[in-house]
Design a binder for this molecule. Structure first.
Ligand code: NAD
Length: 391
């Protein structure tokens, strides 16, 4: 009887796990089931491009079937509802599955910090469908402005200036002139705010790169409001801690992420923001048959004593490692503790500009950094053997 490996989530971590495991495990020794709520894999690192309307949805949507074809991976398109690790069962909305080994790669959720009205009255960018909602909303704001001349329609607020917020305002900054031209509206009617609670944008990132990003974006019309948290949101209004109120029809919240509720509800040990604690082999504490990886888990960087950030780069590396660990579980063999190899971090600043920290010491900016970022996406697509339509 083959052992059954069930992988929950076909994001960067889950899809790579399935592909890596299948490099070695044969259908005779292992059954691999991949559960995902869509029949496509989403390049969530590119959603800011979609949300601003710079690229089409197809540029971030990878159909899973061609990627797993002939690899003996069964894709079940369904929602995961709950996990029972004691009974070794997973409940989906249409069926139940038992497993010998489970990989939980369900990603993260948006952290709203209990800010009143924020969840109800903001856009987020965690899926292609959410990006599409944002894009069509912005187009509608421009169209409606013709009739109402309501300035709040052309006031756009991004809450949070971490990597997600900065990449999004970069896209907005390049997109607004195009939308103004198409709608025959002077560019100076558009207001684009990026609100950040911390004293600086991109908290914790290299100072020179932060200044470079700030300059590039400010020159293209972004107004940064730093050191002022968003404290309340109502329809048409964003309230800041300093008492200011921004009248806007568009708030995009990129203020933080937390772990997945399904992981918390399953009773796995988690840290305060809901990410699962795992051992050096990415196994859930107390459950050697459950791996929790990607944004759903939490690992500490021993050099800094701080948690590694939840990034696609680390999620993919965890997928590769767990594909190997599972093979060792199934066939016997040694496992090397997981240690991420951080190649660097790159934030795009629109269509042509970016800031990059490569390795520990090297920095890059401008078109070159932008190309490096594009190359890392292409490298990933080649690794999973994906075919992508041109945007
Ligand atoms: P984040 O947590 O990194 O940033 C959120 C920002 O929102 C913080 O700067 C925080 O101070 C701010 N904030 C929190 N509460 C606020 C409030 N009430 N008002 C205003 N600002 C508030 O979240 P993120 O940017 O979504 O990134 C999540 C993870 O994904 C990070 O680890 C990041 O490095 C990673 N990421 C990487 C890339 C890339 O490598 N290009 C792109 C996007 C995200």
């Amino acid at each position: 009887m083959p052992k059954r490996v069930v992988i929950l989530g076909a994001g960067y971590a889950g899809l790579v796990t399935a592909l890596e495991l299948r490099k070695n495990a044969t259908p005779e020794d292992t059954e691999v089931i991949l559960v995902n709520k869509h029949n496509y894999h989403q390049l969530v690192t590119q959603l800011h491009e979609l949300g601003a309307g710079a690229k089409s949805d197809t540029s971030a949507r990878i159909m899973i079937e061609p990627v797993i074809r002939n690899k003996y991976i069964t894709l079940i398109k369904d929602h995961v509802e709950s996990i029972d690790p004691k009974e070794k069962r997973v409940r989906l909305s249409q069926q139940e599955l038992s497993y010998d080994y489970l990989v939980v790669a369900l990603g993260s959720e948006t952290e709203y910090f209990g800010i009143p009205g924020l969840k109800e009255h903001s856009f987020i960018l965690k899926s292609i469908n959410q990006a599409r909602l944002l894009r069509t909303h912005i187009e509608r704001c421009f169209a409606e402005y013709h009739y109402t001349r309501d300035e709040s329609l052309l006031t756009f607020v991004v809450g949070g200036a971490g990597f997600s917020g900065i990449e999004l305002v970069g896209e907005f900054a390049d997109r607004m002139p195009v939308l103004c031209e198409e709608n025959n509206i002077p560019l100076d009617k558009v207001k684009l705010f990026n609100v950040e609670a911390a004293p600086s944008i991109l908290p914790g990132f290299d100072k020179e790169l932060v200044e470079r990003a700030e300059k590039s974006l400010t020159e293209r019309g972004v107004k940064f409001l730093v050191g002022v948290p968003i404290v309340q949101v109502e329809p048409g209004k964003v309230h800041l801690k300093n008492g200011d109120v921004i009248a806007t029809q568009t708030l995009v919240w990129t203020g933080g992420v937390r772990g997945n509720q399904i992981v918390i509800d399953a009773g796995f040990e988690t840290e305060p923001r809901g990410r699962a604690k795992v051992n050096e082999y990415l196994q859930a504490l107390g459950y050697e048959d459950v791996y929790i990886i990607g944004d759903s888990c939490f690992i500490i960087n021993e050099e800094t004593g701080r948690p590694y950030p939840p990034t696609a780069q680390i999620a993919g590396q965890m997928g590769t490692a767990v594909g190997k660990y599972l093979f060792a579980d199934l066939r016997g063999g040694t496992k090397e503790p997981f240690k991420p190899q951080i190649m660097g971090s790159i934030a795009s600043l629109g269509r042509k500009d970016a800031i990059a920290k490569i390795g520990k010491n090297y920095q890059a900016t401008g078109r070159f950094a932008y190309i490096v970022k594009d190359m890392s996406k292409l490298r990933y697509l080649a690794k999973i053997g994906a075919v992508i339509k041109k945007a």
